[in-house]
Design a protein around this ligand. Sequence first.
Ligand SMILES: Cc1cc2nc3c(=O)[nH]c(=O)nc-3n(C[C@H](O)[C@H](O)[C@H](O)COP(=O)(O)OP(=O)(O)OC[C@H]3O[C@@H](n4cnc5c(N)ncnc54)[C@H](O)[C@@H]3O)c2cc1C
Length: 472
Amino acid sequence: MDVLTNDLSRDRQVRRVVVVGAGLAGSTAAARAAQLGREVVLIDSATDPTAGGNTALSGGGIHVLGADLRADAQVIEERLLSHGWGHTRVPLVDAFVSAAPHARRWLTGAGVRFQPKDGASRQELIPPDTFLEPKRDMTAVHAWPDRGPQQALAKLQQSLERAGGAVRPSARAVELSRNAAGRVDGVVLEGGALIAADAVVLADGGFQANSALLRRFVGPAADRMFLRGAESGTGCGLLMAEAIGARIANPHWFYGHVLHRDVFENDRLWPWPALDGTLLNGAIIVDGRGRRFTDEARGGIHVDNALGWSDDPVGAWVVANARVWASVYESADPVPSNPGLIERGAHVLQAPDGGSLADVAGIDRRGLTATLEAYNGAAENGRTGELPVPRSNGGIALDGDLFAFPAVASITFTMGGIGIDAGARVVDQSGTPVPGLFAAGGAAAGPTAGYIGGLATALIFGYIAGATLGAD
Ligand SMILES: Cc1cc2nc3c(=O)[nH]c(=O)nc-3n(C[C@H](O)[C@H](O)[C@H](O)COP(=O)(O)OP(=O)(O)OC[C@H]3O[C@@H](n4cnc5c(N)ncnc54)[C@H](O)[C@@H]3O)c2cc1C
């Protein structure tokens, strides 16, 4: 029995469904609902609905912080809870944990293939058979066409069509339609055409490419971040849902990595290498005044958020010494920053002390010198946790020759968004489901504030949305 088919009385009027966005969340919701007997139209603004969003660009790893979706429920739950970052929605965590193995099994049943278990993988922390086959080369940004993630979307859309559903490319949703009783009864497309339906699923991927929404929800200059994901994430779903009273949850948090600032001119510097590993291994990050502003030991995604929220997401510097820089050589990233940054032509500044480094980098000399003095003193005494801006994992003194890397916050997708319940139903301010409206994937607020896996979240809540719709 499907674990997700209980408590569905609210949606017993559903016959026809429109799904907005054909990434992993939308294609999954559409194929699942169609298999369960719904009449489904999957629309996408792209001319090729397997290529519009982040799914096609992605590395194709469907896991929860390294845990396979078939792992013990307790393992998955622990990983989710360890990334709550102060905002854990327990019902969504529970739904995620119980749906994970079913969603994974269903995906392979739809013909989607994963890499074999013995497939070569540099990333020992991540099981090789969590990657979609054929694995996408993450060392080059343009290497995505026809790799596992895009093939998976093609399979899901074929599965939808086999079940009687339709895929409609070049169709951009701009507004929700509602009937006199307040139930969502269709979407209006750019150009004015209405697609009528008994329920709508918003799966348009988030708002990483909408400058106004980034400034409104993330930070005063968040639109200056480097866009490390698809340009299709313009927040249409969020705006449509908000216009009819949906709750917007945690829109502050986003997924991204701290990148080298040369990335604006050099395509070889994304999606990797990132400076995250350098920070984790002991480097510090400072603003243009030479001041630390966050706990580097909390990991690159956390640091990236702090930088993205600041008033200058493009003006930071990562400062390391030779020991820290050498230690990232062995990092498990698809492209370790050392030697990746050098090999890919990023510029790195070097100087014998903090004052000289500040001068060559254009960082405030007094500020950086004072920061290094306080930081090194604390590190030597094992007391970086007591600094005004604490570093939680001890840290090491940055002595000897110093390196400075110009840094920029990057955004891959937004992790907050449209509020949903455990059945992927969109909720209003009071937590009551908005009749006829669902959301999943990057468009919806996930179970936690921290990053737990974008593809896993898209798959699982897409699967839950499809199951909820199909249970009528
Ligand atoms: C370089 C890179 C690497 C990544 N690697 C991984 C990884 O290995 N593992 C992992 O877990 N996550 C990874 N991610 C994140 C992951 O790709 C996303 O979290 C996930 O694909 C989100 O799926 P989605 O279906 O919600 O959105 P998307 O895949 O972005 O799909 C949204 C779709 O909606 C369409 N759309 C947008 N607006 C409209 C509209 N108004 N009307 C109609 N259609 C619309 C778009 O064209 C698009 O096709 C990576 C992302 C990037 C960019």
